[in-house]
Design a protein around this ligand. Structure first.
Ligand code: ASP
Length: 439
């Protein structure tokens, strides 16, 4: 049995947190491969080391003196090293980092040092081998993650390491320069390692006990999701559930490796298990409900649109030509609506309108802004009668007008459009009907 364990920044922010992590790792000998983030916030209002590094690099690029900033970053590590009673000096590494920053080595290199250094500390603390991610994670010339080369390199390298620490968040370009994933990308590194070593489980340790059925800012103390499928998670993450980096499931999907989201501060909690598929019935009909504000609908009407072949393509081409991606396209017989992110659309709005007039000569074209989209997601909704009826009854009781509905035939999710100002109440009403009344 092999487990890959990834620890987020808040789990590694101080010596005290490091000790908890050490206990967790040593509690099971299967926890052989460890992926650390950079030290995160020790308290609210604190600064993450990654942000300190970006800031320091910006100063270096503006030719400022960075000695003070480098010292402050080194102090964060020294506090951890001293607190753990380790005999370890990072003087050499910091001298090199300062030099490279002053040479203008690039902000990806700068940010990656947070994980790199934390990996060195972690390896020394655990007595595990340190494997630099630059050796085993590759991007191609265009900066796109090269999954197959990486998988081969990682597998070959870790075959020779019984236990190892591989820092998260970065890899190397073909020329050896450092490239990072997007923010929160250590989650992706953990998945890559889990795939390469054929792990039985990928444990992702953070500061919450898993995914919640909905946003706790909207519903206080919502229930935790016990088991969720990759596909359900994709839907919820896209709509704003942020515990795990949205790209972290791709390497694992290919191997069907489960992910367990766990809480470093409450290791006794089971957390959330993310799986490819499962016979386990979800506790509630819905697995989760999430959403986002700030969408805009472009409604197009034209008599006999339905018999005009290519109408939809011509409409969507206008959006493509303006570099705008669309979210949904609900349509009627003579109506066609395109839903887009308002922020992406606003500055190009007039160009899109004239483009649509030229392309499809609509009878009317109107815009509706300030819409929110809510995704009600759940494998338990499949082949269940009455789910939609319950959602809309709940919204109607809450006096909320539904502006749009979209349900794919997979029956995995129902997307509902409401006005921005109705968003929170709508989410609450849906949560209440399925979770509080336990239907
Ligand atoms: N340290 C990086 C960040 O703050 C990556 C990570 O923590 O996953 O985004």
């Amino acid at each position: 049995m092999k487990k890959v364990v990834k620890f987020g920044g808040s789990s590694l922010a101080s010596a005290e947190q490091f000790r908890k992590v050490g206990e967790i790792i040593h509690a099971e000998k299967e926890r052989r491969y460890v992926v650390p983030s950079a030290p995160g916030k020790r308290y609210s209002g604190d600064t993450k080391v990654t942000d300190m590094l970006y800031d320091c690099y910006n100063s270096a690029s503006a030719n400022g003196d960075i000695s003070g900033k480098i010292k402050a970053i080194q102090a964060r590590y020294q506090e951890i090293i001293d607190g753990l009673g380790l005999e370890l000096s990072l003087d050499e590494q910091f001298a090199e980092i300062k030099e490279k920053f002053e040479e203008g080595v690039g902000s990806d290199y700068a940010a990656s040092r947070g994980e790199f250094l934390n990996g060195i500390v972690m390896a020394a603390y655990l007595g595990y081998e340190f494997v630099d991610a630059a050796e085993v994670i590759r991007f191609d010339e265009d900066g796109v993650f090269d999954s197959e080369t990486t998988n081969d390199l990682m597998r070959a390298r870790l075959e020779t390491a019984e236990c190892a620490v591989i820092p998260g968040f970065y890899g190397a370009m073909p020329d050896g320069s450092i490239k990072t994933f997007s923010r929160g990308g250590s989650d992706i590194t953990g998945s890559i390692v889990a795939r390469a070593v054929h792990a039985d489980l990928y444990e992702n340790w953070t500061d919450v006990s898993g995914f919640l059925v909905t946003d706790p800012h909207i519903v206080p103390n919502p229930e935790t999701i016990e088991t969720i499928t990759y596909r359900e998670l994709r839907e919820l993450s896209y709509m704003g559930a942020t515990v795990l980096h949205a790209d972290a499931i791709f390497p694992l999907r290919q191997e069907g490796i489960p992910i367990n989201i766990k809480n470093t501060n409450r290791p006794q909690d089971p957390g959330t298990l993310i799986v490819e598929s499962t016979c386990r019935q979800p506790k509630f009909t819905i697995t989760g409900v999430a959403g986002k504000k700030g969408f805009c609908a472009i409604n197009i009407e034209k008599d006999q649109m339905n018999s005009e072949i290519g109408f939809g393509r011509k409409v969507l081409q206008v959006f493509e030509e303006n570099g705008i991606s669309f979210e949904h396209v609900p349509s009627g017989i003579d109506t066609f609506t395109v839903i887009v992110h308002q922020s992406e659309f606003m500055e190009k709005e007039q160009r899109v309108i004239s483009g649509l007039h030229r392309a499809v000569h609509p009878d009317t074209l109107d815009l509706e802004s300030d819409l929110a989209l809510i995704a009600v997601v759940g494998r338990g909704m499949r082949a269940q009668r009455g789910t939609a009826a319950r959602i809309f009854a709940a919204l109607s009781h809450a006096h909320i007008n539904v502006k749009m509905i979209d349900q794919g035939s997979s029956e995995l999710n129902i997307i509902i459009g409401v006005r921005n100002e109705d968003f929170e109440n709508a989410v609450k009403a849906i949560y209440d009907i399925f979770v509080l009344t336990h239907l």
